[in-house]
Design a binder for this molecule. Sequence first.
Ligand SMILES: Cc1cc2nc3c(=O)[nH]c(=O)nc-3n(C[C@H](O)[C@H](O)[C@H](O)COP(=O)(O)O)c2cc1C
Length: 357
Amino acid sequence: MARLALNWGLLISGVVMIGTGVVAYWWGISQMGLHIWSGFVFAVFAFIHTVLNISHLLRWPRYTPWGRLVRWQPPRGARWRVAHPSRRSFLRGLIVGAAGMFAAMTLSALSVFGRSRTTEEADLGRAYHRWSSVTLQGVLWGALPWGQPQEPFKTYPNAPRVALPRPAPMTMPLTEAMNRRRSLRDYREGHISQEALSALLHAAQGITEPSYPKRAVPSAGALYPIEVYVSVQRVENLSPGLYHYAVREHALEYLKADVRRPLTVACLDQEHVATAAAVFILTAIFQRERWKYKGRAYRYILMEAGHVGQNIYLAATALGLGACAIGAFYDDMLNELLGVDGDEEAALYVLTVGILR
Ligand SMILES: Cc1cc2nc3c(=O)[nH]c(=O)nc-3n(C[C@H](O)[C@H](O)[C@H](O)COP(=O)(O)O)c2cc1C
């Protein structure tokens, strides 16, 4: 029974470890709690397994070289038997496998079942990119707007409001900030000032020309589809919680208490989300840009999120803080946490900012 539990434990933790490792690799995540913990659990199981089977390991050298190894016998007293293929059946398996591969390759080269689309060709992004290309016909026929224009300001009228102080000054030369900027994730405990938070929010969406009003980031048609939410985690004299940035008033609107834990989980357990002083979550309200730019709007919206992200990176660098972008998150979980529907408004990009070790 114990041995069965051990084997299942090994198998499951191994699969989780490999799975999360592959996810971390593909999504470019360098710190993932789930992966690290499954690694520890696997190591413990592997250690117990090794201790229980130490007698096998000690006998092992006697069964080399190859000829003796395939005639391996379970150690005396063992109650279970391991199936070992004979050399002939092993060879048969190899031949059958190779023949199967050869048959599949030949059939596909001869297009016997018709040519199936490669995943690359089936990529929706590729289809969208083509579909949203500007063409002369599109320009001529696409004069009618898609739906109604919308105000570029979202507010939560019933939310308690927190006025932000003047942004902290940033004196680092731009070239230095660009050269120093890195994705930094190793944060220590400690609080950033409200002035620093104010400077980061100003860099993200702050109004820089009140008469129009224009903002610190460019926006196609000055339609400003990006909204900024911030999970305040370690900011001086500010309760931890989820806030929305009220652009016009340069203020925060308090939405809910501390979301550190669910936010970290929504970001695939990336540890720098939990240790950051503040986590910025960028969403888009698509209709703000869609009515004018129609099918092309989605392209512009992603470009604009990139502008905001880079401004946050540079501002954090100039303030002597670390920042790291996050593109890997569970969309539905994050949208639900923010209280947005994921359709009219959806999360696009997350950035952590923290005090460096
Ligand atoms: C769109 C985008 C998504 C990213 N997603 C993650 C992420 O989920 N987790 C993470 O640790 N880093 C993420 N990064 C940071 C990259 O890993 C990092 O930019 C890259 O390694 C280059 O290093 P540098 O930013 O220090 O120059 C992301 C970066 C971009 C631009």
